[in-house]
Design a protein around this ligand. Structure first.
Ligand code: AMP
Ligand code: MG
Length: 401
């Protein structure tokens, strides 16, 4: 049986890069950039005035002049004026510095009467103060963003500032989420005592959506070999990524691995030395599709989806790897089985600035209600059984920060 590290490596090795596409910048948030975004102009593109006030010449001020006839007013967006010797120009934040001016007196430090501005006694001006120099943030042509960046709202500012209306990003893969099981009934449909509400499909779709994958649809297939074969063949034809839940354990109705094999999906691994999620099955389809068959138990399904599916999607989207995240366990934990334990936790921070992980007990791997209180799960390595309070462990958040 593969270790969790081996399983993740195997998944990433099969997750081949998605194609690229051009999208409107307005729709690019959350997508993975596949181009360089270059600065259209130097920033700031001119000597930018940072205060409302008056612009004057340092030479005049240094020579002792404190009252200045107001030559004109120049606001942000106005054409650049040329300052005359001995005068000042009323200036607004964001304006381009007038020619011949190199000194700003803020509006709070002047008084204006009869077309003349007077600088407050004892207020000392400094040459070039309150002037944000041309090109001091970055130069024209600078590489402001590079491929692999997951586009955040902050990056949207950069893209817009570069004058780009479109960007090249990794294609959003077509994903099929398939719930298997005779017992499952969707919300909205009548349910009988012996049946179970289908919760994995909606939760997996939501988790993928929160990681910015949007081309997802869902199907429910009963535990019937010919039905599974027929419907899975269609999904394999149409999707880049197929995610099943249920039907991969050792029960008599667990037909998924066999049917996938019949459809030409080659098994890469079945079972990982972990809890929850030991029965995880992973394979590659004839056209390079990646196929995950997650155990049906809701906690297992969500942990496996977060741990392996999201990692595969990020890698195939060309996302730059994020550094690992750690948390300190909040209390002594012991886990005896020779398996990696993915333990759902709530995060708190202490006064020392540490992130502490508080285990949230799930009754069984079917107890999805307890997960609502959790932020993610910690990884307790296989070769250790006792984790004293304060031990640093890997943390995986459900939703990336
Ligand atoms: P299986 O892996 O098919 O043996 O399912 C394991 C357990 O998870 C069973 O109790 C199923 O009823 C439950 N289960 C499977 N799929 C889902 C689902 N989509 N939503 C909620 N529970 C499920
Ligand atoms: Mg089942």
């Amino acid at each position: 049986m593969l270790t969790t590290t081996e399983a993740l490596e195997a998944v990433l090795a099969e997750a081949k890069a998605f194609a690229t596409e051009t999208v409107a910048a307005d729709d690019a948030t959350g997508r993975v950039l596949q181009q360089i975004v270059r600065a259209e102009r130097s920033q700031p593109p001119f000597d930018r005035v940072m205060m409302d006030g008056i612009a004057l010449s340092w030479v005049d001020y240094d020579g002792g002049q404190r009252t200045f006839p107001i030559q004109a007013m120049q606001a942000a967006g106005d054409k650049v004026l040329s300052l005359q010797t001995g005068h000042c120009i009323e200036i607004m934040t964001g304006a381009s510095l007038p020619d011949n001016a190199d000194c700003i007196a803020p509006v709070e430090r002047i008084s204006v009467a009869d077309g003349t501005a007077e600088i407050e006694d004892n207020y000392e001006l400094k040459k070039n103060r309150f002037i944000h120099p041309h090109g001091s943030d970055f130069a024209e042509g600078a590489h402001l963003m590079t491929p692999g960046k997951r586009i955040s709202p902050l990056d949207i500012a950069i893209i817009a500032s570069c004058g780009e209306t479109e960007v090249i990003v990794a294609k959003d893969p077509v994903i099929r989420v398939i719930s298997t099981g005779n017992e499952l009934v969707a919300a909205g449909d009548a349910i009988e005592a012996h049946q179970i509400r289908m919760s994995n499909g909606p939760a997996i779709m939501s988790l993928l959506g929160s990681h910015h994958y949007k081309r997802i649809s869902h199907d429910h297939i009963v535990d019937n070999v010919s039905e599974l074969r027929h419907r899975l063949a269609i999904h394999l034809d149409e999707a880049n990524v197929v995610i099943l839940s249920g039907g991969v354990s050792m029960g008599k109705a667990d037909y998924v691995p066999q049917v996938l094999a019949d459809l030409g999906v080659e098994v890469v691994f079945h079972k990982v030395s972990q809890r929850p999620g030991r029965p995880l099955w992973f394979g590659k389809g004839p056209n390079g599709q990646v196929v995950f068959a997650l155990p049906g138990n809701p906690v297992s399904a969500l942990v496996c989806c977060r741990q392996y599916v999201i990692a595969a999607l990020a890698s195939a989207s060309g996302a730059s790897e994020s550094p690992p995240e750690f948390a300190a366990v909040a209390s002594n934990i012991s886990f005896k089985p020779a398996l990696t334990c993915f333990l759902p936790v709530k995060l708190i921070s202490n006064a020392g600035g540490q992130t502490l992980a508080m285990p949230v007990k799930t009754n069984t791997s079917g107890d999805f209600a307890s997960l609502s209180a959790t932020d993610g799960y910690i990884e307790l390595t296989k070769d250790q059984t006792d984790f004293p309070a304060g031990t640093a462990v890997f943390l995986h958040r459900w939703i990336a920060q």
